[in-house]
Every structure is written in C-alpha cells, then in structure tokens.
Design a protein around this ligand. Sequence first.
Ligand code: UGA
Length: 448
Amino acid sequence: MAALRITVIGTGYLGATHAAAMAELGFEVLGLDVVPEKIALLERGETPMYEPGLDELLRRHVPGFEGSSGRLRFTTDWAEVGAFGDVHFLCVNTPQKHGEYACDMSYVDSAVASLAPHLTRPALIVGKSTVPVGSADRLAAYLAAHAPAGEDAELAWNPEFLREGFAVEDTLHPDRIVVGVRSERAERTLRQVYATPVAEGSPFVVTDFPTAELVKTSANSFLATKISFINAMAEVCEAAGGDVAKLAEAIGYDDRIGRKFLRAGIGFGGGCLPKDIRAFMARAGELGADQALTFLREIDSINMRQRGQMVELARQALGGGPFLGRRVAVLGATFKPDSDDVRDSPALNVAGQIHLQGGQVTVYDPKGMDNARRVFPTLGYAPTALDAVRGADVVLHLTEWREFRELDPAALGEVAKARVILDGRNALDPELWRKAGWTYRAMGRPTA
Ligand code: UGA
C-alpha cells in the first residue's frame, strides 16, 4: 500500500505538534492554517508558543534546515489540502463560548465546510479537537451531504490527550490512542497512521463516535475532580490543623488512588480543564443528563475558590488590612510550568485581583511575560525573580517553575522588605525557606 499522505488542519498547539510528530513518524505532511502569519512562522521553523522540543522537531522536517527530511510543509490553500491528503486531521480550537458554558464549535464547523468541497477522492477525516458529544455524528452527516467523494470521504474521531509542556513526548509516545470509527476501513487507516507508537506499546482502543468524544471530556473531568478533591481536603486540613501534602502522599500510595494530580494549591487553569468541564455540563444539560454532572459545578467552584483564598492568605500575611500601597511580588504568571500559556491562569488571576484591590504587584515568569503583559498590561513586571522580590512586603509563588525551586532564599531575603513567602503550589521546600529566615505558608499546611 502506498504511504499515506497526511494533512493537519489548524496549526495551534495541537495542530503544530501533531503535524511535526506525523512527519517524525515518516509521513509526508501538509499543515493548513487560515492565518498566513502563522504559516510564515512555521515555515521558518518557529511556533507562536513556548513548548519544549517543538521548534527543534519542526526543524527536523520543515524544508530548508540542515539535515531536514523536508516532509513537513504548510499552506493556506484548501484545494491543495484536498488534493494532497489521504488522512485529514482536524486540529482547530474549540474555546468556551463568550458568556456561556457551552463550547464554541464555529472553528470546527467552518474548517469542515471549507474542506468538504475539496474532498474529491477517498479520504479519512479525523477529528482531534475536544468537542461536545454528538458532534462527530453531525459532522459525518454534513460530509456525506457535501463532499463530492460521497461515502469515500469518511469521518473518524481520535481525541488527543497531550499536556502542554510535554506535547512532543505525549504525541510521539501517547499513553493510549482512542479511535471512534464506523468502518473497518477507517480503523485500518488509523492503525497504519499509529503503527509506530502501537508497536512501541501504546494501547489502541477502538470505539464508536460518542464514546470516543466522551473519553476525552470524561478524562479531563476526572483530572479536574482529582485536583478539586485535594483542594477541598486542603481546606479541611487548614481548619483542622492537618497537612495536605502529607495526606496526599499517604492516600496516593494506594494505587487505586495514585499520587499524580494531588498537588493542592491555587487550582487548575489553562485552555482545557476549566472550559471542558463547563462545556461537558452544558452538553449533558442538552441531552437531559444534567443531574449526572452537577458534581462538576462543585469541582469548578472549589477551583475558583482557591484563587480567592490565596488573595486572602496574602491579605492576612500583610496584617489583614487593605492592599493599598503594599508591595506584592508574584513568581509565576502561566497556568503551569514549561508553558508560556496564560489562558485562565490562576497565577495571573490572583495577581490581578490583588492589583485591582490596590496592591502594587510585580510579576516575574520565566516564559510567560509577553503573554501576561498582553492580557494584563497594568500589572508591574520585573526582568528577574530577584527584581520582582526587591522591596516586597510579601512574595507569592504561584506557578511551580523549576527556576523557582532553585532560587536561593538567602539571596532573596537580602532584597525583600519582609521575609514572607506564600507557596500557592505546595512546591517549594518549607525547611529551606524557614532556615533562611522566611515565614513560609502554604494552603492546607501547618504554619510552622
Ligand atoms: C490537560 C490534560 O492533562 C491533558 O491530558 C489534555 O490533553 C489537555 O488538558 C487538553 O485537553 O488539551 P493541560 O491543560 O496541558 O492538559 O494541563 P494539566 O497538566 O492537566 O494541568 C492543568 C492545571 O491543573 C494546571 O493549572 C496545573 O497547575 C493544575 N494542577 C495539576 C494542579 O493544580 N494540581 C495538580 O496536582 C496537577
């Protein structure tokens, strides 16, 4: 059988990584985006976001770089995509609708509408975006009605589970591959696409459309639930004088529970978990199953409460009065380390709340400064952690970058006005900071 030719529609986080990974697996790949500036950047072997290893992977395959395979090209032309691809991966964004819980499907719908008239020969269209259950059924009907190839243009659903900061690793070595298919032909094609990771041990799970869509939203809901569970335990520990970090360690040794995703702190953010649990609730409501997911409302509200609690902890650390005129150093702006993504970032939210209450906030983040400035231009920004801490009445550690764990508390103590650090991620070593004369405080842990 001739080698499959692959297109990737949408070159954001998911698409850029998927396209580069497909080229790495040996396929000829054509990536499409409707934004010409993005294409120009990718053709220079660069991405608009910070993701470890991604630029290097692109340069291994985009033409023009030394030793490049030349297998990865980009275009803005739908006709070229239609003519080129045997398999078309849909990787466009599905954000939360403005002012609503529901998911905004307009990018997916418009990508399918743009592609359909160019599907003149047999092809498999594979959805990867996170969508409300039922979308694949609807899109399959649309394709059947609009693709010139008719039944030969078939749909499949193949959700993506990559994490920001580990996108390359997760795409090349996925911990599972889930495919929702309606025919053996579609399954065969996807087995061919993923032959390498499957040979290396990734489980390959074949389902129907709704199950494939639900695997994705339920996985993210479960992760969100774990985080809010441990944050709820942190609140109880706080009230009872317990230590949530020890509690998490101890319950985590039970492998039915597991140790991962039990780090208490200011909660989850980013472009996925918050909007996915809300879209899931909205969709369940449409299906008449809203009661099944009411617990997610609580997961969401525990999560949002964490941010407010951090603000209160900062207020207490400053003596309980107003923030007006007080200097607050914030270490971290991104929603997680090893990413420059500030979408729905708990760190930036806490910094913003304190700033809006009159605090003089200075933020430092290793990679997220440009994005943070764009979203919140009125906050103060410093070029280094040391500069952010200079003159501070209190220091807030809000994103657990390795750089912050490696800081020298003694050096920071020299420049801070008061040696008080609040660890919003339970990620610093309390003893290290206390030994250097700092008051260390974290949510759900004893004060000393
Ligand atoms: C998440 C999922 O983990 C991926 O599997 C999924 O593919 C992706 O969403 C998606 O739907 O595209 P990601 O948004 O990159 O990935 O981030 P996570 O690593 O899940 O972290 C989410 C948030 O939870 C971060 O703000 C992190 O700081 C927070 N978190 C994580 C905690 O507060 N405590 C923890 O123990 C773990």
